[in-house]
Design a protein around this ligand. Structure first.
Ligand code: MRU
Length: 350
């Protein structure tokens, strides 16, 4: 099963990640506006998964359009693209996928309205398949970093739920586990949305990977005691200088890893790099509703009138990272030179 997939009835089906680990249920959409809302509400989340969802959202927009000619259809697609891009601002995969679909639609315009629709569906399917293949290539590179007997600290959820299938950082862990290495994973619970305890632990349960959930505040304790060998997390957008924007809390564990001489890697497909951003400071950081902090999943911790802030991501400066794991291989410093080279290779421009 994929986290996101197209059905034979021309609908987009996705696992409802708000219900995991209690229920494994899917939802289906035939309206791109519902897809945008599902991305905003985090029915689907994780940079690659929302990118592919938005690509299928563009397919739905083309289906919904009443346009009689390709000019009008492309106009409708432009409007849908704006709605989808506004759903979440940080992960570059979303905007990239939507803009890419506009280019694909425009390129098929000479084939008429049905030709544009067919081209969009074919491309969204290709992006979904490519995501799975890319993750496996990335995992093969990253698994070499894990030794038999290692304990790995992981942040957020970067597994099959965050991608179409297999995962990024959790995909690396999965491949090491499947190759027979005896590994143990410490999963930051990742407040306030608890992607670590709800989603990554569920995935480890499915895969038989030994794990313990940690309060987010415990990572430094185990690092100082020498109980963590490696830190792995994903990325939502990576700047040209190698700064990594990822789930809130990534920065503090990278600093702690640096202080404790523990290797720390971010794992992401080259499509998550945004070389137009010179540093992480240029990347927009989503601030979400304070209700997610005050009452996670409706469980009130304090009165709803209390004050709170809720940044969804932070910037890990490149100097705290040992390397970047991509499908093109492991990038080492200097990242400002070496990242651009693998991104070009990933785009077939090497
Ligand atoms: O807010 P989320 O759950 O969408 O954030 C997800 C992350 O930060 C992941 O670590 C990132 O998307 C990489 S996962 C492939």
């Amino acid at each position: 099963m994929r986290s996101v997939e197209w059905t034979g009835q021309n609908r987009l089906r996705m696992i409802d990640q708000r219900r995991i680990p209690w229920d494994l249920v899917t939802v289906e959409y035939d309206d791109y506006r519902e897809v945008a809302q599902a991305i905003f509400e985090m029915v689907v989340r994780g940079a690659p998964a929302i990118g592919v969802s938005a690509a299928f959202g563009m397919v739905l927009a083309a289906q919904q359009s009443r346009a009689a000619n390709t000019g009008d259809l492309l106009g409708d697609l432009e409007a849908a693209a704006e709605t989808l891009k506004q759903a979440r601002p940080t992960a570059v995969n979303l905007a990239w996928a939507v803009d890419h679909m506009l280019v694909v639609g425009g390129g098929a315009a000479q084939n008429g309205v049905e030709g544009v629709r067919a081209a969009l569906l074919g491309e969204a399917q290709r992006l979904a398949d490519e995501d799975v293949a890319t993750n496996k290539r990335m995992a093969a590179h990253g698994a070499a970093l894990i030794r038999d007997g290692d304990t790995v600290l992981h942040h957020c959820n970067t597994g099959m739920l965050a991608t179409v299938d297999y995962g990024t950082a959790l995909g690396v862990i999965r491949m090491a586990h499947e190759s027979g290495k005896r590994i143990h994973v410490l999963l930051d619970e990742t407040r306030p949305r608890l992607q670590g305890s709800r989603l990554s632990a569920w995935e480890c349960e499915q895969l038989g990977i030994p794990y313990d959930i940690l309060p987010d505040t415990a990572a430094g304790h185990y690092m100082r005691r020498g109980e963590i060998d490696l830190v792995l997390f994903g990325a939502d957008r990576v700047a040209a200088n190698g700064d990594v924007v990822n789930k809130i809390g990534s920065y503090q564990i990278a600093v702690l890893a640096h202080e404790n001489d523990i290797p720390c890697y971010s794992v992401f497909p080259t499509s998550t790099a945004d070389l137009t951003m010179r540093s992480g400071d240029d990347i927009p950081i989503e601030e979400r509703d304070k209700a997610e902090v005050l009452a996670p999943y409706g469980c009130a911790i304090v009165p709803e009138t209390y004050c709170a802030r809720n940044p969804a991501f932070d910037v890990t400066p490149a100097k705290y990272l040992t390397g970047l794991v991509t499908e093109q291989g492991i990038v080492r410093p200097p990242f400002d030179v070496n990242l651009a080279a693998v991104v070009r290779a990933g785009q077939g421009m090497a």
